[in-house]
Design a protein around this ligand. Structure first.
Ligand SMILES: *Cc1c(COP(=O)(O)O)cnc(C)c1O
Length: 466
């Protein structure tokens, strides 16, 4: 106890330390309050560890203390939003920012940040314009829909559509489609927020057209289909198709809505993936409102796209919620340029990062992994064995959950440390590397590693193991 008090008294005074760091703070233009916070945190951390009776090393010299302070101040000066290397092999990785934008979209983004734009200014009439008109025509051209609207994300698209079409009334949905998407987005919860009442029909595995029909009453406002995206019910199953539901909707004069989740404009079966309904197909089936994400399979910025019949979309546009859920100029700038790529099916496969990564064949991915091996293997082999392994990566974003993409990874087998320690340390690298642990090995899947990241990844590995 006495010892502990003695150690606590050895902790330095914040103001004295700060005075000593004056020239460092000046040289790197560190705001005084940040420097002070860094010093306080560093001392505080040691104090807490002492109070918790942890084994701690108390720095012996001022120089040693100053190194600790500088490291802590450096952490505070760093951006909280950091670039990371995605070695998970999950292309649309929600926690890592989903889709990457093509270069020309990034140029549009920085233009929108650096310059004034005609965001809500009609250059022909010189009067106020609508921000949505900048993308509406492109979306209608590409999907075949009569009208379109873009909001903050697909959850917002579902919310505003239900609020407009079914507030205080009933929405009929199949029990097998009451999906929860990651991050606590649940269809029943969104429905509650929108003031619509949920009427579940059918059984978990099977729902028939007559289930919907029997549930229709005077209070019914909408028939809803939800793409089950992130799960599958297999075995003895049956769901009602969009066409059948549209037929029923017509009979009872009820609108039909479909939440497609990761809506795609591209037929994924063209590159060997299982077919998923495209947005165009669902629009063509006669569904009145179709909603989908802009940053899942579409490969654009975070957004929720609503397409459908003019009469219904114009009601959604007038909903006051639209103002609260509207997209900003950065989303518009990048979304428009990503969408325009889809006019040319060949170009989009080259430019669209999400489609390119999903469709990269294993041979190309293997070459990327080999480039890392050549640069790195021999330099670290006495500390960490590297080997190439074939592996399976995922589309992510709730799309094609049961389908794996053949891929290649570099497997790390460190001698002196555990794989879980390695995983933690890699997250703390200057450019954090996020891998995947499989069978007590750390894998870096090269499907999601960019060509330009390979030299840097190699340097970081060499530095870490030296
Ligand atoms: C992903 C998803 C959503 C939510 O979309 P966000 O763009 O993440 O808001 C809603 N419904 C379905 C079916 C989805 O797959």
């Amino acid at each position: 106890m006495k010892d502990k008090n003695k150690l606590l008294r050895m902790l330095p005074k914040v103001d004295e330390c700060l005075a000593r760091l004056e020239s460092y703070v000046e040289e790197y233009e560190i705001p005084l309050r940040v420097a002070k916070k860094g010093v306080q945190q560093a001392v505080e951390q040691l104090r807490n560890r002492l109070l918790n009776d942890e084994q701690v090393h108390i720095p012996k010299s001022q120089a040693e203390w100053d190194e600790i302070f500088k490291r802590q101040i450096g952490l505070l000066m760093d951006s909280n939003l950091k670039r990371v290397i995605n070695g998970t092999g999950i292309v649309v990785h929600t926690n890592l920012g989903r889709s990457l934008l093509p270069d020309h979209s990034i140029r549009q983004l920085s233009m929108a940040g650096a310059c004034y734009t005609n965001l809500e200014f009609n250059l022909k009439t010189g009067k106020r314009g609508s921000r949505y008109s900048l993308v509406e025509e492109v979306i209608c051209d590409l999907t075949g829909a009569e009208a379109a609207l873009v909001v903050n994300n697909n959850a917002a698209a579902v919310l505003i559509s239900l609020d407009t079409l079914a507030r205080d009334r009933e929405v009929i949905i199949s029990r097998g489609q009451l999906v929860e998407i990651g991050g606590s987005f649940r269809i029943p919860d969104v429905m509650k927020k929108s003031g619509a009442a949920l009427v579940e029909v059918g059984a978990t595995n099977r729902t028939h057209l007559y289930d919907y029909e029997q549930a229709i009453s005077d209070s019914t406002a909408l028939l809803l289909r939800v793409h089950t995206s992130n799960f599958r019910i297999i075995g003895f199953t049956s769901q009602v198709s969009a066409e059948e539901l549209v037929g029923l909707g017509n009979k009872y004069e009820l609108p039909v809505m479909e939440d497609l989740g990761s809506g795609s404009f591209t037929d994924l079966s063209t590159f060997g993936l299982p077919p998923e309904p495209t947005v165009q197909e669902v629009v063509k089936s006669g569904v009145d409102v179709v909603v989908f994400s802009g940053d899942k399979l579409l490969g654009g910025p975070q957004s929720g796209i609503i397409v459908g019949k003019e009469k219904i979309i114009s009601r959604i546009k007038k909903n006051p919620l639209n103002r609260a859920l509207r997209i900003d100029k950065f989303t518009l700038a990048s979304l428009e340029s990503v969408l325009r790529d889809y006019y040319d099916p060949e170009k989009v496969m080259k430019k669209n990062q999400t489609l390119r990564m999903i469709s990269d064949p294993p041979e190309i991915i293997k070459k990327r992994a080999q480039r890392l091996m050549r640069r790195t293997r021999r330099k670290i082999e006495d500390r960490c064995a590297l080997s190439m392994v074939s592996t399976i990566s995922r589309v992510g974003g709730g799309a094609l959950p049961e389908y794996g993409l053949a891929s290649w990874a570099v497997e790390l087998n460190p001698g002196g440390t555990t794989v879980s320690k390695l995983e933690v340390d890699f997250r703390a690298l200057p450019v954090p590397v996020i891998g995947r642990i499989e069978n007590e090995r750390l894998l870096i899947d090269f499907r999601t590693v960019l060509d330009g990241e390979i030299p840097e990844l190699s340097t970081q590995l060499i530095n870490y193991f030296s």
